[in-house]
Design a protein around this ligand. Sequence first.
Ligand code: RIB
Length: 300
Amino acid sequence: MGIVVVGSINTDLVTITPRWPEAGETLLADGFAVLPGGKGANQAVAVARLGGSVQMVGRIGDDGFGRDRLNGLRAAGVDVSHVRISPGVASGVATILVEANGENRILCVSGANALVTPEDVDPALLDAADLVLLQLEIPAATVAAVIARCGAKVLFNPAPVAPVDPAWLRGLGYLVANRIELAQLTGRPTGRMDEVVAAARRLVRQGVGVVIATLGADGAMLVTSERVAHVEAPVVQAVDTTGAGDAFIGCFAQTLVATGDLDAALVRAVRYAAVSVTRRGAQDSYLDAAALAGLEGFGP
Ligand code: RIB
């Protein structure tokens, strides 16, 4: 049936800056853009752009940002029939600073995303899904309810990182986290590759089937109870890393559902995320399948 994303929909207010301003300092920036974002919506758009069937469950407010996001998701090929509108509430926004080296700092105001309840999620939709994508930009109670119903076919992205109920991890299908999230979830260092593997193994011992650490320029590490696989990232010139993790997850999910091949999904997702950082924005940086395939010789 395809992929269901239960998650956030944001408008990203992006400022390009030569450096981070100090406290109390005013700085002249290099550019500004209003772009589609939200971890849930980003992941859904990546799936759709690569040709996957995807349904979005979430909430927007009854404002211009929300209407623009809904239209944008529809235009990208995401089924938005399960996106609800909360009257009198603002849609989610994220203030994003992108520095010259492509690194970002993000502040989210949840708005309508904070009103996504377990009742918003149709159980029949979950039961019919091949894979369900979850992040932490909607209430924990909703995340918990979805995991309780269909944990084995859930891909959970604990971002922005927050305390996770150990019960969520028992029987969870997939967990995808970056170094910082992995460290905070496990209370372990993740600076070195062996430390990443040890932290991921801890989550596997707690009941997760497949743990993937996304490592930016260092690629990605997959850890299960049986094996460890590391995929190197191609060397690229990053201009904006916003939404790279979402690109990875959308591509991984779409490829896994289409092929059933975990390793192929990992390799393609590393590649897809690497391309995304060479382009500005989150959803705006996601290629379609033909453009991705056309990047011949682009590793790994
Ligand atoms: O992961 C990137 C996203 O995080 C941005 O699009 C922003 O909206 C925040 O949700």
